[in-house]
Design a protein around this ligand. Sequence first.
Ligand code: PMP
Length: 458
Amino acid sequence: MTTPARPVGGPAQPQLRRLVTEIPGPKSQELLARRNESVAVGVSTMLPVFVTRAGGGVLEDVDGNSLIDFGSGIAVTSVGNSAEAVVARATGQLQRFTHTCFMVTPYEDYVAVCEALAELTPGDHPKKSALFNSGAEAVENAVKIARAYTKRQAVVVFDHGYHGRTNLTMALTAKNMPYKNGFGPFAPEVYRVPMAYPLRWPTGPEHCAEEAAAQAISQIDKQIGAQNVAAVVIESIQGEGGFIVPPAGFLPRIAEYCRANGIVFVADEIQTGFCRTGDWFACEHEGVLPDLITTAKGLAGGLPLAAVTGRAQIMDAAHPGGLGGTYGGNPVACAAALGAIDTMRSEDLAGRARKIGETMMPRLRALAQRHPEIAEVRGRGAMLAVELVEPGTLDPAPQLAAKAAAFCHAAAVVVLTCGTYGNVLRFLPPLVIGDDLLDEGLDVIDQAFDAVLTNTKS
Ligand code: PMP
């Protein structure tokens, strides 16, 4: 695909990288000063360029810079910013009505989104959904539903997992700083077990899937008791924890254990879902069939919408009035989701994600060949990352990730970091990005590593 003149699903906007000031420019810096006076410190900003317009593969800022977007607002704008179908549907809805509260007087688009979710999520069993506003809210509700269904309390999560910032989801999240520190006490009955992390598995990646699953299962059996476990909640590929791809066999083994023990298997596909990894959902890669699946981010093209979707008999275990919220499944967000889903279907964005992976992976692997600081290139589809270490060791090198990210930012390419050790640089381009921009972004990443690692060595 060459760079479209008018990006699929984006506003007519030049698809180019353009630096007219330093980053952040003077106007952004003025806004940053205002921001610092009025916005709480706890809400951080990674790259303080204030955006005025975005679409296709670029973000434009108040100073007239145009940045290549390898972040998609943390895996949200997979269909592009202001995607045509999203804008058309959401605008039409805005003009008709903005809110009634689905729990008071319903509307069709909420139902249509639930129908689409039933169709798109794995498995042809009867399914139902409930809609919410954020990923964390979806995860909280998946746990509520699993507890109502099983009449059990314990929830099992994994090392390096990330599930949100509310009280329960902080408890489900592994990493202390910045997510949990000082914010306790956390919700009880949450248990953490080992995650299959091939790069760091003590006996080597080839043993990782089997041993990690065995350890996780043994801990559940011995420390909690399977009969007490309502849900196992796991990301199909871990996002914030470092784009950790479970080795083949791990997820199916955990899912099978859940099935054998009446535990609700919840796939958190909030970051991986909606074509990002080259399938509609990352769990499809190994044919894993979750009982419940949580989605958000890519679902509604940038509007806040989240969902829990799953087996009808599990979803219906919560009593009437037990689920919901004033804004959950807001009509404008639902209209946007229908537009986003149409775009994903008509443009085969899952195929496009695979194509992006095929372009990026060899270039990142070539980079790793040149730099021993890159311990691993991993990910799937358009969800890719490099993990940085001190050469010859597995000691995390978060300072290198930060420097490489800073170089990219200064050169007008938005990249994000992640990982328990902060040493992972991750790439999440919008799935509608043109090939030219993708290549140019990769060129800048090459330059970043050459500059940062060469300087570090000298
Ligand atoms: N689960 C996963 C896997 C996520 O990646 C995120 C967000 N990064 C969340 C849950 C929480 O979503 P939100 O920020 O919308 O609450």
